[in-house]
Design a protein around this ligand. Sequence first.
Ligand code: FAD
Length: 494
Amino acid sequence: MNPAQRIVVAGGGTAGWMAAAAIAHTMGETVELTLVESDAIGTVGVGESTIPPLATFNRVIGVKEADFMRATSATFKLGIWFEGWRTGEPNDRYFHSFGLTGRDHWSAGFQHFWLHGREKGHGEPYDDYCLELMAARAGKFAHLPDNRMNYAYQLDATAYGRFLRGLAEKNGARRIEGKIAKVQLDGESGDIAALMLESGERIEGDLFLDCTGFRALLIEQALHAGFDDWTHWLPCDAAIAIQTDSVHAAPPYTRAMAHDAGWQWRIPLQHRTGNGLVYCSRYLSRDDALERIRGNIEGAAITEPNFLRFTTGARRRQWYRNCIAIGLSGGFMEPLESTSIHLIQRAVLRLIRMMPAGRVSERDIAEFNDQQRIDMEQIRDFLILHYKATDRSDSAFWRHCAAMEIPETLAHKIDLFRETGRVFRRNEELFAENSWVQVMMGQGIVPQHYHPIAAKLGDAELDRLLSGLRENVSRTVGSLPAHAEYVARYCAAK
Ligand code: FAD
């Protein structure tokens, strides 16, 4: 029997507490888990829009959905409205939904059948075939049998941290309040031996999780794991977040509204709305950014502006020696598709799968880093797509985005779709075909050809397929309750 691994989590933001809650729940007494955080430093205080796999994470750590939603004032999220990303004109918007459009077929995605239908005179928009999209547009939501409605959450990040802390401590995690003053390395191996707190307390461990946010206190400041800067592809480097009162019933979606040097989010929770202006500081000053967000919020501000700076990119080695970067310490690719909390989840679950039995294996480290890197590069490409595939030329920022070089992997994906209508998903890629198709078509990339199998359908069969799918969506949406009412009922039920 191996002695219990001593795991030390440095930092108690969303990353630290997600890691602690999952490890404590899953590993129990086989590990000795300590988390150090500093109230004086605090957390980044943003990160409220999520994607569907978070429901799986909550199940893994034994959380009931209604409890979680009550604790975090969460709403359901069916996707994101992208407004002004293609032309910047007032009617320029498209929805990236979490659902499936049309029907799934192993040989060819629904876009092929829709393109064939369009050639045959079926003029209904692609959107009409997606349940989640049409429900979002109608402001409706309900859980449906067989998980037919795919959704995520919009949540209060600070409250989620508190909720996870409760679970982690119940399952044996020990929390220490204090500021880490020094990371002590082992003179022989170069591994981290202990964290020294300002109070003089010394915390030894076998495995250290760096959840210290942008500071990356362990993985970078102490171990110098390196950072790949992706600013030339993802140029936004600043944000201002302000929370406001709710003035409308919460809709089941996040809004991403492009402006001339970045974009603005609006995330509705049960009791308030999160707003943030993301921008590129080369093209917009902090004062102008503040004025712009103040001019485009609904309701009264309930917090002071939270000013954030970041460099988009990824830690070169996410796991280095006996330290694993989880959360912002491992990199940040900007919040456009709400992927950061998901990357925390992936890293935490991956680490649990690779939990060392005694000594850390170099093979585990290599495998972990390889898998993390693939995840991050795939997400990176998906994000770049939104900036690159634009017809906007109304500002220096958008002209830069339209002209910039992009990774070969993304160029291939765009060209393949443009020529053939095909999207392939490799290595369990997070964003599946439906996501790529919705965003590529939303940004104005229309395939020149479609799969010949679509033309196999006779006119009557095609008509039946398309009208049947549309009617099914429209009937289901008609039967759904309003989202905000559903949330209130769901959270009130015991
Ligand atoms: P932090 O929240 O910064 O936590 C760091 C922790 O380390 C804190 O507890 C701090 O006290 C502690 N710490 C640091 N130094 C020390 C020290 N010396 N001693 C002791 N403790 C220390 N993600 C999404 O999924 N969806 C979104 O919509 C989204 N929006 C975002 C918008 C913006 C503008 C930004 C910047 C990020 C956004 N994110 C989003 C990312 C998300 O906020 C983070 O992934 C998430 O909050 C995790 O942060 P963290 O725990 O890594 O870091």
